[in-house]
Design a binder for this molecule. Structure first.
Ligand code: ADP
Ligand code: MG
Length: 334
């Protein structure tokens, strides 16, 4: 067979094609492909359905990943997609591909991690599937619940809205880089922890959706720029981001210069932050910053939504604007 290969269109080019190949007109399906979860209407409620795949040596390496945290993270990355809609997570299924010589103690620790995460967020394991495999493959499908009219899609941003992000960006990608360099902790432990043990923003997502404060939301899983771009594309708008407003942790600020000459490198293009990126009209700003204080979650206004024709621009501290040439990580593209 000849013709284009995946590398030329990348992960998101492929998803766009799949979306065209498989469009459906079921009226109960409020959202199919194109958001953090699929949204299915059932009476006054909606079901939220999401799935994520973790593959050994692609998403995690056993050299520095312990099974307990791996189990918990596998669930948490799915919980983050429910958080991005403002939903309530409920049930999940897990499918595993595992090598036949994998120890039972690895598996029991993995399930302990899974159970710990499930208990913390009130979700129940209801099934799955198991197969032999050369490498470990983990797939979770998580179901959540929401109220019709109170779900936050990627597509609701309007020109003039503020752009906010929760937490600090770049720590997880920075932590991964440290692990890849063979360093295992010490003073940089906090960054590594962000990579191995992310925390989904379920409560914040629910508050923003329930009160109708935000207009659009996505979780930052692939990197700030790439996920901002998803939100902009689905909403049909552009954005300006002030670089020096991007929230960086103290550890990040202290150590970034020893690892990269680009201070915003991991914060802009590193993945796995699992923070919430959302838009809201300026009149909601005060309430949003107030809730940040009461939930003890940092929330920062990093930019503003502009018309689509203005695209995505970053503004440097000296006032100069630039359009990023590379947005971040995308499967098949490297
Ligand atoms: P997220 O980073 O929030 O998990 P993704 O970028 O993985 O989202 O996916 C974006 C959208 O594309 C979602 O609606 C997802 O369900 C859909 N999607 C991803 N891969 C496939 C696939 N192989 N077939 C159909 N839909 C897919
Ligand atoms: Mg997502």
């Amino acid at each position: 067979m000849t013709g284009k290969v995946l590398q030329e269109i990348g992960e998101f080019g492929l998803i766009n094609r799949i979306r065209k190949w498989t469009s459906t007109s079921d009226p109960a399906l409020l959202k199919g492909i194109g958001d953090d979860v699929a949204v299915i209407e059932i009476g006054e409620k909606v079901w939220l359905v999401t799935t994520d795949l973790l593959i050994e040596d692609i998403h995690f390496e056993l050299t520095w990943t312990d099974p307990f945290h791996l189990g918990r993270k596998a669930l948490f990355v799915n919980l983050s997609d429910i958080a991005a809609m403002g939903g309530i997570p409920k049930y999940f299924l897990i499918s595993l591909g595992v090598p036949k010589n994998l120890s039972l103690s690895f598996l029991s620790s993995f399930y302990r991690g899974l159970k710990d995460g499930a208990r913390r967020f009130g979700v129940d394991l209801i099934g799955g599937d198991t197969s032999v495999s050369k490498k470990i493959i983990i797939n979770i499908c998580l179901l959540g619940e929401g109220k019709r009219g109170s779900v936050l899609f990627r597509s609701g941003a309007r020109v003039g809205d503020d752009l906010f992000v929760s937490g600090y960006l770049g720590d997880a990608a920075f932590g991964l880089k440290i692990l890849q360099k063979g360093r295992l902790g010490g003073r940089l432990k906090g960054l590594i922890k962000k990579h191995l043990s992310p925390s989904p923003r379920i409560q914040l997502g629910q508050v923003l959706a329930r009160n109708h404060w935000a207009t659009a939301m996505i979780d930052v899983s692939d990197g700030l720029l790439i996920d901002t771009n998803h939100l902009l594309e689905e909403s049909g708008v552009g954005a300006r981001i002030w670089e020096d407003r991007i929230p960086l942790s103290k550890l990040y600020q202290k150590w970034i210069h020893s690892f990269s000459k680009f201070p915003y490198r991991f914060a802009l293009s590193g993945g796995e932050d699992y923070e919430l990126l959302f838009t809201a009209p300026p009149e909601m700003r005060r309430r949003i910053l107030h809730v940040a204080l009461s939930l003890k979650i940092p929330i920062t206004q990093i930019g503003r939504i502009v018309p689509k024709k203005e695209g995505l621009h970053l503004i440097r501290k000296d006032g100069k604007e630039y359009s990023p040439s590379r947005l971040g990580f995308e499967h098949f593209k490297r």
